[in-house]
Write a protein of this length. Structure first.
Length: 621
């Protein structure tokens, strides 16, 4: 038996929300003040209403129109007055759980058990009226349990852990009824010794606690046989070679023991375990092991609210929920169907999701360098007052797709996952042109935009890669190189023309080493990139060899380095200091960053760079 749907209407900060939980394990993360704890409170008050309607025979529900919850008994809710219970007028909330089980024939059956809760108009802070919102569903549920010989109060148990620094030093012996009553009233920690005493499988409890603590733990009740004579339980805990009374143990051991002792103590068809921010009261070293053990428990449905990435890293598909304003606006909270994306691609999943939530645009780039370059360009353009609307730039989040192979599929897959969390983001894809022909590059970007939606965009850098955008305007390039080398522009241009004409000649000659190298690189990419299926190396060469200005389309990192190195030798200057010892990638990285870092002094600005910032951040000049 498990909860397949939670419905909440007009309860505290939630106007209307439907949640589809995992049948075993659920981790809820999200912004503060969006309603994570309110979900727990909704489950708690539903459970109180459920218990309220069970008749003394324990097999049927009361059929009356209204029953009442005393306001003073709502101590498990955060309230200063009874109107705080409702999102808006009229002061009426509906909370429902869809309970799913199997009948005696093994067929799935569901029961939509909803309660309507309201307050009297004339009396404040006295009581709440509770009404079954769909009585027939309750009749069906009771009849179903009778076929399985299960009492209504034994069918469902809900328990929320609370931070426990210590337990009672003197805890009296109690019977099972007294222990259950304490648990139900939220005072479970006051009967921890009794729960251990009455535990039906003490060895299993010790194993569970030992697994989480990372060392053997044993419980020994020294006066178990004297419970009819002694008033208080003497419980000693053997932990790491020491034997001390339970109340002298650390908070981690006490908290973990409290969780497992309570869940194991009650053998209901459905045990609902609520853990609110375990990272606030359980040590980091214990949290992952606790989660692993909770996930392995077959008879429980657990819900965890956390701000800890350690918990998120342990989840499986269908177990993570991100509650934000988008989810509340859509009125539906579904689990992420691709948890691996969050775990693998986000160094700090929770922090990253919060950044994503506060961003308007999500930018897909191929790697970390692209993100760094673009952000550095933005920084310098703002510093130099090139951008005129710096206060109104769109907040952006960068997402790396790691290469252009299967690009369209990766973008669509990632967007589909992110769309489960965010409804109103604009997606922008910025990629290298690489060996794509101009025609196929345009077609690929059109295809990506169609998949992402009409408000999104996709474009390539104006060159083979982002570093080659320095060659997108040769006049600007010569001007910058003259600045950085203290040479006159005419000298730089004259020597550059010689170097570029040689590249142009060689790349047009199919027998040259340069052409053969390009073809080898093209073939290695073609095997992994679907958009190159109908492209020939001759198409790429044709695009790039119209004139010197079009060479930007084949200026990969190795070719850029060749050009700069030959220019340095020809003019006896240094453009990239220490470049001899660098790899092609590091060489180009240093070249491009040197250009960006000095923008405020050389004032050489590329139209292509302006366009990039305009498309990504809505920059104005």
């Amino acid at each position: 038996m498990y909860i397949s749907k939670i419905s909440i209407k007009n309860f505290k900060c939630i106007q209307e929300l439907t949640i589809y939980p995992n049948e075993k394990f659920n981790v809820i993360i999200g912004e503060n003040n969006q309603g994570k704890t309110t979900i727990f409170e909704a489950l708690q008050i539903w459970y109180r209403c459920y218990q309220l309607y069970i008749r003394p025979n324990r097999t049927d529900f009361y059929q009356g129109n209204n029953l009442y919850l005393a306001y003073k008994d709502l101590n498990f809710l955060r309230l200063s007055k009874d109107t705080d219970l409702f999102r808006s007028a009229p002061n009426e909330a509906i909370i429902g759980l869809m309970i799913k089980d199997q009948d005696t024939s093994g067929n799935d059956v569901s029961f939509d058990l909803q309660f309507k809760i309201n307050r009297p108009q004339s009396i404040s802070n006295a009581y709440l009226r509770v009404l079954k919102n769909n009585n027939q569903q309750f009749i069906r549920f009771a009849a179903h349990l009778k076929t399985k010989h299960v009492k209504l109060d034994d069918a469902i148990f809900l328990y929320q852990t609370n931070p426990i620094a210590q337990v009672l030093s003197q805890e009296p012996f109690m019977n099972e009824g007294q222990v259950r009553k304490k648990i139900t009233r939220g005072k479970s920690q006051e009967v921890l010794r009794n729960k251990i005493l009455l535990h039906n499988n003490l060895i299993n409890l010790e194993t569970q606690v030992s697994n989480v603590l990372g060392g053997e733990v044993k419980f020994k009740i020294t006066n178990k046989d004297r419970k009819d004579r002694d008033e208080y339980i003497n419980l000693q805990v053997q932990n790491r070679g020491h034997s001390l009374d339970l109340h002298l143990q650390g908070s981690g051991l006490i908290q973990v023991t409290e969780i497992f002792a309570t869940v194991d103590y009650l053998e209901s068809k459905l045990n609902i375990l609520l853990i609110d921010e375990p990272d606030s009261h359980i040590h980091l070293a214990l949290q992952k092991r606790l989660m692993t053990n909770l996930q392995s428990m077959s008879d429980n449905q657990s819900f965890i609210i956390t701000h800890n990435d350690g918990f998120v890293s342990q989840i499986s598909d269908g177990e993570l929920f991100y509650l934000n304003q988008d989810a509340k606006t859509s009125k539906v909270l579904n689990p992420l169907t691709n948890a691996d994306l969050i775990k693998k691609d986000f160094g700090s999943p929770i922090l990253t999701l919060e950044k994503l939530n506060s961003s308007e645009n999500i930018i897909f780039v191929e790697g970390t360098d692209d993100k760094y370059y673009i952000e550095k360009l933005l920084e310098k353009f703002i510093e130099h007052n090139i951008i005129t609307n710096s206060q109104n730039l769109k907040p952006c989040f960068y997402f790396q797709v790691r290469g252009k192979d299967n690009l369209s599929t990766k973008i669509e897959h990632n967007k589909r996952t992110l769309s489960q969390l965010f409804n109103d983001k604009k997606y922008i894809v910025v990629t290298d042109k690489d060996f794509t022909s101009l025609t196929n590059s345009t077609q690929l970007n059109i295809s990506i935009k169609q998949k992402l939606g009409p408000t999104s965009d996709a474009f390539c850098h104006d060159g083979y890669c982002i570093e080659s955008t320095l060659f997108s305007d040769l006049t600007k390039l010569y001007e910058y190189l003259a600045y950085v080398t203290s040479q006159n522009v005419a000298t730089i241009e004259s020597q550059s023309n010689i170097i570029l004409d040689l590249i142009l000649t060689e790349v047009q000659n199919v027998t040259s080493a340069r052409y053969q190298k390009f073809q080898q690189q093209f073939n290695s990419q073609k095997n992994n990139r679907q958009e190159l299926a109908s492209t020939m190396i001759s198409d790429v060469i044709l695009d790039a060899t119209q004139n010197r200005a079009t060479l930007k389309y084949i200026m990969n990192k190795h070719t850029i380095r060749e050009y700069i190195t030959q220019l340095e030798n020809a003019c006896s200057v240094s453009v990239v200091p220490g470049g001899v010892s660098l790899s092609d990638e590091d060489f180009c990285n240093k070249l491009f960053l040197n250009y960006i870092d000095q923008i405020t002094t050389h004032n050489v600005l590329y139209d292509n760079h302006k366009l990039i910032l305009e498309k990504i951040y809505s920059a104005e000049y």
